[in-house]
Design a protein around this ligand. Sequence first.
Ligand code: GDP
Ligand code: MG
Length: 202
Amino acid sequence: MAHHKEERTLVIIKPDGIQRGLIGELIGRYERLGLKLVALKMLVPTEQMIEEHYTLDPEWRRVTGEKTIKGYKDRGLPPPSEDPLAITAVILENLKKYMTSGPVIAMVWEGAHAVELVRKVTGGTEPRSAVPGTIRGDFVPDSYVMSDQDSRAIRNLIHASGTVAEAEMEIKHWFKPEDIIAYRVLLHEATLYEPELKGILG
Ligand code: GDP
Ligand code: MG
């Protein structure tokens, strides 16, 4: 089994994160966790890439549809359909519009418990109920009542893989193996003062 410190997760700064001028702040949150950035690119995703991304897990359509129906009922509202797949078809269309509306930044972060720690710092999917101190809890006021009313995806700044298995599939979907850089982070002092920066790739 690979060492815990080699765990990797995919993070995407969604179009609203870039439009809000939060790139540095968001990257800083993961960097200060002690995780290592091992791949990064900016791109405007295609609708096909987004559909494939969300359906890498064949269960995602059913699980997300069922969760959304429960969410409506918990709020005392009738769901627009009792069919989970019909619900997810709408969510997916909205996600495609949202995620292709501008550039995004896709990143791979590596380190101990990367998947779990990134999710913790990112916060729950719905910003309105995300805990203060998390990214979604601190930087964005969106809610399902509002996004559903306006027939759009919830704007929550970040995508972060949910499990180690999901992370492995998602990283393969967004990056070629050669885009991911194996390197060591030398002691801060050496990085600041060592004249030749020897050893970073060694
Ligand atoms: P994430 O991993 O925190 O992004 O959440 P999920 O993987 O469960 O869902 C992916 C995306 O589907 C979210 O970012 C939302 O856009 C959408 N979604 C998930 N759950 C709901 C819901 O209950 N209602 C609505 N309207 N959209 C949802
Ligand atoms: Mg997810």
